[in-house]
Design a protein around this ligand. Structure first.
Ligand code: FAD
Length: 391
């Protein structure tokens, strides 16, 4: 069907594009073959919660009709899911199997393929991003073939596809490595920046999850920790606390629309980078009312992960969806880059191939894999051509 379309924040708008909702893998394959014949670009969408121009005026493909569990293996703690499944549709069926995702981000509205495809993450020094939870996936390639990837079968390609922004093909199914279902105890409190600075090392080490939101107007930090608990009764939670199932406690609801930038920096540079960003807001953007979010992320070995090969701190900034954000975010990007920052792929950034290759050790390897799998750039658009340096 031909339709007008926009992303969650409204920053990406298309007046007229064709949008298909395949209901089977065969329909995905047929759509890709037709696109190849007609020399059209194809971009997959999940929940359109990314802030960057991932999409195209040409042809979008939504997997909203390919959702739910395909199969499960409780002993191995693995499930196979359709790629269009939303995270909030996973929590309960997994719980019924006695399983849960090891970590989640701030919300659960994303599709599993979309969240995985951009390296979506939560917080916790011992916890990696959601893409690392994938131990196998099926990719519908530009020529319509289906490629099954797992650690025993094309393991490097799997590590490339796990964070690939739809540029290697359309994921149709993913196998997730899970852990036993667990309850979380969340604690929230306010701290000054000095108090946060003094406590951060122990908070990081002593809690499964620790993060804070710095409020530029009050110059104070909304601190948050979460830890596993055997307590199952929500009524046992004290003031400023929550107890519940992991998939209910981890995500929050975000009703007010915004645009967001986020970079990851080496863990040891995180605090210094935060202070530099805070100083920038205080000196040049005192009108900004949206908080900075400071989180930790464990290193992994995925080719394009923002934590590839290094333990990281991620810092994000926001601006209301109706407000201009480009100058503000450009100034932030300069600061992040001074600290060796790597962009969150789903959030606003202007990094191009040369700069990315300098901070992501496996970037050029990914470029070669992408070129080999999709030589005609069927899954690219102008924005992604810049990212991957494709003429
Ligand atoms: C309110 C809000 C809160 C957020 N919180 C966090 C957070 O806490 N942590 C964090 O890291 N990020 C966060 N994000 C960013 C968000 O998780 C990512 O942008 C994520 O990619 C969005 O998932 P989606 O399903 O909307 O995917 P989309 O934005 O629709 O797509 C993202 C990418 O995945 C590709 N893709 C989608 N489906 C497929 C498929 N089937 N096959 C191949 N490629 C596919 C798309 O082509 C695109 O390149 C947040 C965003 C918002 C708006």
């Amino acid at each position: 069907m031909t339709t007008a379309w926009q992303n969650w924040s409204g920053s990406q708008q298309h007046q007229s594009l064709s949008l298909d909702y395949p209901a089977t893998e065969q329909e995905v394959q047929a759509l890709l073959l037709r696109a190849a014949e007609n020399r059209r670009q194809v971009r997959a969408i999940g929940s359109a919660h990314s802030f960057v121009p991932f999409w195209t005026d040409d042809h979008l493909l939504s997997l909203d009709r390919l959702k739910g569990l395909v199969s499960h293996d409780v002993d191995a703690r693995q499930v196979r899911v359709w790629a269009g499944t939303k995270l909030h549709e996973l929590g309960e069926p997994l719980w019924d199997l006695g399983l849960a995702m090891p970590n989640m981000g701030d919300i659960d509205r994303q599709s599993i393929a979309g969240a995985v495809g951009t390296g979506t993450h939560g917080t916790g020094v011992g916890l990696q991003n959601l893409s690392t939870q994938v131990v196998g996936l099926r990719l519908a390639c530009a020529d319509g073939t289906l490629l099954d990837l797992d650690a025993a079968n094309n393991s490097e390609l799997l590590r490339a596809a796990q964070v690939s922004m739809g540029t290697l093909g359309v994921m149709t199914q993913l196998t997730l490595q899970l852990i036993p279902a667990y309850y979380l105890h969340e604690r929230n409190w306010q701290a000054s920046v000095a108090e946060c600075a003094a406590a951060r090392t122990s908070l990081m080490a002593d809690n499964r999850h620790w993060e804070f939101f710095w409020d530029p107007q009050s110059d104070s930090c909304a601190m948050k920790t979460l830890n596993m608990t055997t307590e199952e009764d929500p009524a046992a939670a004290g003031k400023g606390e929550t107890i519940g199932r992991s998939y209910q406690v981890l995500p929050s609801s975000r009703e007010t629309r915004f645009n967001e930038i986020e970079f990851s920096v080496p863990a040891e540079a995180g605090w210094e980078c935060f202070l530099a960003v805070r100083a920038l807001l205080q000196s040049r953007y005192p009108e900004v009312r949206w908080p900075l979010e400071y989180r930790t992320l464990k290193a992994d070995d995925l080719l394009l992960s923002s934590a590839s090969g290094r333990d990281s701190v991620t810092i994000s900034a926001h601006q209301g969806a109706k407000h201009p954000y480009r100058d503000f975010f450009a100034a932030l990007e300069d600061v992040f880059c001074d600290f060796g920052g790597r962009p969150h792929w789903g959030k606003v950034h202007t990094r191009q191939a040369a700069g990315l290759a300098a901070v992501l050790p496996q970037f050029t390897r990914f470029q070669a894999i992408r070129q080999n799998l999709d030589p005609e750039g069927r899954f690219l658009n102008p924005f992604l051509r810049g990212v991957f340096g494709v003429a």
